[in-house]
Design a protein around this ligand. Structure first.
Ligand code: PLP
Length: 380
């Protein structure tokens, strides 16, 4: 018997990796499953991005290892994107690092800054990867509450009361997944001050800022942010390029360089054609964002109808790729989603996947066509 490493003892297989097997089995048995569980964009990437990827295949060096830091042209495109959309100045030479997806970046950042036994502040509810990566590195997740009555922002009085000794990283993520909540200017000022006061690296995970959101915000726009903050971003949702695996990390030279020291020992650069396509995507005009959001707006209205049909309530003034809906009192998330799967063959995500504060909620994805969502509405 070859035992797995101890670090795996606290880490379970990712919820979707398990659940989607069950859903696939139901499908193979002939059930007409509608998948509103996962946030994998079904729309096309920008046409020019795909063309550039294709055209680049015949270029000399296209199939060789690429720079660990990515092409300067890609870093410059990211820097311009941040200037145009977030009003943030970044040096393409030192303050930008392309990543093979932002999920991988969560591991790289954690490896660069955490020692065994360090603590990490993690939102509850929040993206499950923050906690699993922390555990894989034998550091300790310390969950902080996000509550609907505070518009899913942390309570800084409660945070200050925690034992913050050994806390090295705080993960934040606005627009927030799964709730869609946006943070206020005041929140960003407060969290930066909190990080400075306690010497905690604040990492804002920002992949949803262009989805159903009029005012994309980067934490790096705020005063002193570069002293204590890093930001992760991604092309997955903004440009429907989830499978391409293009993410990016932004922040001051010292932080970015520490992450590069980890990353350059783990991968050997991003495929040339993908970098070329990504550069093109980052140049998209306002039209791209307008047309993307007009599709999601229509889908969201249908999902609201579906949520209503299931007796759920929801906040209409939110952003992101999901509808986060509250169940009627006393219903449990997992029982509810299992029932919806069984009775209507519709797969939605129980809020508890994102932490204990997700109990009593479910998450619907907008990554399905209007026809499919209409079919789901008809079924309930
Ligand atoms: C909050 C959050 N962060 C990060 C990611 C990872 O995105 P990617 O690795 O595709 O850039 C996701 C994906 O669903 C997410 O929801």
């Amino acid at each position: 018997m070859i035992e797995v490493a101890k670090r795996l003892q606290n880490v379970e297989e990712y919820y979707f990796s398990k659940k989607l097997r069950e859903v696939a089995l139901l499908k193979s048995q002939g059930k007409p499953i509608i998948n509103l569980g996962i946030g994998s964009p079904d729309l096309e990437p920008p046409f020019k991005a795909s063309m550039l990827l294709q055209d680049s295949l015949v270029e000399e060096k296209a199939h060789q290892y690429q720079s660990y830091q990515g092409l300067l042209e890609l870093r410059t495109a990211i820097s311009n994107f941040y200037k145009n959309h977030y009003q943030v100045n970044l040096s393409p030479q030192t303050e930008v690092l392309p990543l093979l997806g932002s999920k991988e970046g969560i591991m790289h950042i954690s490896m660069a800054f955490l020692n065994k036994g360090d603590k990490v502040l993690i939102p509850n509810p929040g993206y499950p990867t923050y906690a699993s990566v922390t555990q894989l590195l034998e550091a300790k997740p310390v969950y902080y509450d996000l509550k609907e009555e505070n518009n899913w922002e942390p309570d800084f009085v409660a945070l200050e009361r925690l034992n913050l000794k050994r806390v090295k990283i705080m993960w934040i993520n606005y627009p927030h997944m799964p709730t869609g909540a946006n943070a206020t200017n005041k929140f960003y000022d407060k969290v930066i001050a909190f990080g400075k006061r306690h010497n905690i690296l604040i990492v804002n995970d920002n992949p949803y800022s262009f989805i159903l959101n009029d005012k994309p915000i980067s934490i790096l726009r705020y005063k002193d942010a570069k002293d204590v903050c890093l930001e992760l971003n991604s092309l997955s949702k903004t440009f429907n390029m989830a499978g391409w695996r293009v993410g990016m990390l932004m922040g001051n030279y010292d932080f970015v360089d520490a992450v590069l020291r980890v990353k350059s020992n783990m991968d050997s650069g991003m495929f040339y054609g993908i970098q070329k396509g990504a550069i093109e995507a980052l140049k998209c005009s306002e039209m791209w964002f307008k047309s993307l959001n007009s599709v999601y707006q229509k889908r969201r209205e249908l999902v609201w109808k579906l949520a209503k049909g299931l007796n759920c309530t929801y906040d209409e003034h939110v952003s992101g790729l999901f509808v986060w809906a509250k169940l009627p009192a006393h219903l449990k998330s997992e029982e509810f989603t299992d029932l919806v799967l069984k009775e209507h063959s519709i797969f939605i995500t129980p809020g508890t996947v994102f932490g204990s504060n997700g109990e009593g909620y479910v998450r619907f994805s907008l990554c399905a066509s209007e026809e499919i969502i209409e079919e789901a509405v008809a079924r309930v």
